[in-house]
Write a protein that binds this ligand. Structure first.
Ligand SMILES: [Zn+2]
Ligand SMILES: [Zn+2]
Ligand SMILES: [Zn+2]
Length: 257
């Protein structure tokens, strides 16, 4: 069976263009240089799941015409991955709860930061009706028909989740991949990997580092994501090996399980 993966956003935490910036990328007219915060949609057998709900989640749902949602996976709790959570109420009502998944500290922090969310119950129709579920690392689960394996990646001093989905891997926000995780990245059809910018960063791979990591993993196809304004699509695409590309918002890929 096939499934579809769509980039709802491919940008870093500031988004591109960055507020107030007049650099070449931020002024670019190329639609591939307009990057909302990083998130992907997965569609299979009339089931939709999303990884991360950043601040532009509502805009991304409207642009991709998403009208139902079966689950949300979270990579970590940084604002650019979580803060659109309130708009999940569009997919819930007092009878329909939406399951969210993440590692233990993600689930604990969601309960703290969004304590008004009535978890599992709802008293009013405007409150998101969400249930929170902890996923254990490296344990494959079935979520709405998708094979999902949470993988630990290093995001500076944080350990966060990347996800293996069937034979694809989504590894946003990382600057190191632990040895244990590499074991799950063999013979991938598709790798999606963090590549922030050209100059070094404490919590993200540079484009140059990401290319080296992607070569080591050796997926059939690699797309880079979580891209900042230091990278311009047409200029920097020329730097990439032929089975690697910069992702861009709305890019959609059909994959086999
Ligand atoms: Zn991020
Ligand atoms: Zn800029
Ligand atoms: Zn982050």
């Amino acid at each position: 069976m096939s499934y579809r993966l769509t980039f709802l956003g491919s940008g870093t935490s500031h988004g591109v263009p960055s507020i107030g910036c007049k650099c070449e990328t931020c002024l670019s007219k190329d639609p591939k240089d307009k990057r909302l915060r990083s998130s992907i949609l997965l569609e299979r057998d009339d089931k939709n799941i999303i990884i991360d709900t950043g601040p532009e989640f509502r805009i991304q749902c409207l642009r991709a015409d998403i009208n139902h949602l079966e689950a949300v996976l979270y990579t970590h709790t940084h604002a650019d991955h979580l803060n659109g959570i309130d708009d999940l109420r569009s997919f819930t009502n007092k009878n329909v709860s939406l399951p969210l998944y993440g590692d233990e500290k993600t689930i604990v922090e969601i309960k703290q930061r969004f304590s008004y969310i009535q978890l599992g119950t709802v008293n009013g129709t405007t409150i998101p009706n969400l249930t929170l579920n902890v996923l254990k690392p490296y344990q494959k689960v079935d979520i709405s028909g998708f094979d999902i394996t949470p993988l630990i990646i290093d995001h500076g001093w944080l350990k966060i989740y990347g996800y293996k989905i069937f034979n694809s891997a989504y590894l946003t926000d990382c600057n190191n991949i632990p040895d244990e995780t590499y074991k799950y990245l063999k013979n991938l059809d598709l790798l999606i990997l963090d590549a922030l910018q050209h100059h070094p960063h404490k919590t993200h791979y540079t484009l140059e580092q990401a290319i080296e990591v992607a070569k080591k993993i050796g997926a059939k196809k690699t797309y880079f994501t979580h891209i900042a304004h230091g990278i311009k699509n047409d200029r920097d695409s020329k730097l990439l090996p032929k089975n690697m590309e910069l992702s861009y918002d709305t890019l959609s890929i059909e994959l086999e399980e």
